[in-house]
Design a protein around this ligand. Structure first.
Ligand code: DGY
Length: 328
């Protein structure tokens, strides 16, 4: 007798090849339209399936996990960040959580460099002039930005993505500095030619560019708060391709408006799509709609990871990308 197929609910539209493969392997319910599920739809999905495949737009809190009943066995997140899932409560209820690390590292690091370059070289201002057809020709003094080569880059969070940013920044001639929960192994640190700062305050005060690359956890929430942002040099810029909650967005907006920080490149926001309207009015910021990992290749590889995690679980083993609370 053939084994009963796992029932899997996917909360958002995924790339076609990923949905096709999931359907071949499991008893899958796919989403018809690409809107996030409501809370009650999510709870119903968790109640009726063995595996839920959510994304970062699905907030899965303790109460929802408690209501899910005991059918749900695995939350196989389509994405690396799991700050939208109460992993500890899931564990208490015997629900495993997995994610998709590694496959979005290069894409996110590329976007971090793009933001550093766009902000320091004033690209949005140049684009606005061209789009408004206001260009009157080359000028020796127009739109002068800063040279990235020789600048000090402070990376907050030296995991996979932070290290990939460090490698790229070094090629651009930047001096790489970092702060991390744990100092890197000396060999890795030397390979990256990166300088470790135990004190985040001291690092922040000396950098020309700050790049946020740590995950959002209770201990990184508002790590860049008003007090720390004030330590930045007025000519420094900050970029964030990680999670908006790491920066106090209102404090950053105030300081950008007051010229106390030179510029910002943001791909993520503290309250999701509810962005501080004053940020949009500034010409010293580059705002992107959370597209750091948005490549076709990356999104397919994320799907492959989800499938491997579910398949491995189905075969009676731990998913290779299982996330446990002690990792957070
Ligand atoms: C993730 O996977 O957590 C990323 O933020 C998606 O871009």
């Amino acid at each position: 007798m053939s084994k009963k197929r796992l029932s899997v609910v996917v909360t958002r539209r995924l790339p076609d090849p990923v949905e096709t493969r999931l359907s071949e392997l499991f008893d899958v319910t796919l989403r018809e339209d690409d809107t996030p599920m409501t809370k009650s739809e999510l709870v119903a999905a968790m109640k009726s399936s063995d595996v839920l495949v959510p994304t970062l737009t699905d907030e899965i809190d303790a109460g929802m996990i408690a209501q899910a009943g005991d059918r749900l066995k695995l939350i196989a997140n389509y994405g690396a960040g799991v700050d939208h899932i109460d992993v500890a409560t899931a564990r208490q209820h015997g629900v495993l959580v997995s994610n998709t690390p590694g496959v979005l590292t290069d894409d996110t690091a590329d976007m971090t460099m793009a933001l550093i370059l766009a902000v320091t070289r004033r690209m949005p201002e140049g684009m606005a002039i061209m789009q408004k057809n206001e260009w009157t020709g080359w000028s020796p003094t127009a739109l002068l930005g800063g040279r990235v080569s020789g600048r000090r880059l402070g990376i907050l969070g030296m995991g996979r993505i932070g290290q990939a940013v460090a490698r790229r920044a070094a090629v651009f001639g930047m001096q790489v500095h970092y702060h991390n929960r744990r100092r890197l192994h000396p060999e890795i640190e030397q390979g990256l030619e990166a300088t470790y700062w135990e004190s985040l305050d001291q690092m922040v005060a000396r950098m020309d560019v700050m790049s946020i690359n740590c995950p959002h956890t209770p201990s990184t929430f508002h790590l860049m708060n008003a007090r720390r942002l004030k330590l930045m040099k007025p000519e420094a810029v900050v970029v964030n391709t990680s999670r908006g909650e790491v920066i106090d967005e209102n404090a950053l907006t105030r300081m950008l408006r007051a010229g106390e920080i030179k510029g910002a490149g943001l791909d993520v926001y503290e309250h999701g799509t509810d962005i501080n309207p004053r940020l949009r009015e500034l010409d010293n910021v580059v705002l992107l709609p959370h597209m750091g990992s948005a490549t076709e290749e990356g999104r397919l590889e994320m799907g492959e990871k989800v499938i491997i995690n579910i398949k491995t679980f189905d075969d009676g083993h731990r998913p290779p990308d299982q996330v446990v609370p002690s990792m957070l």
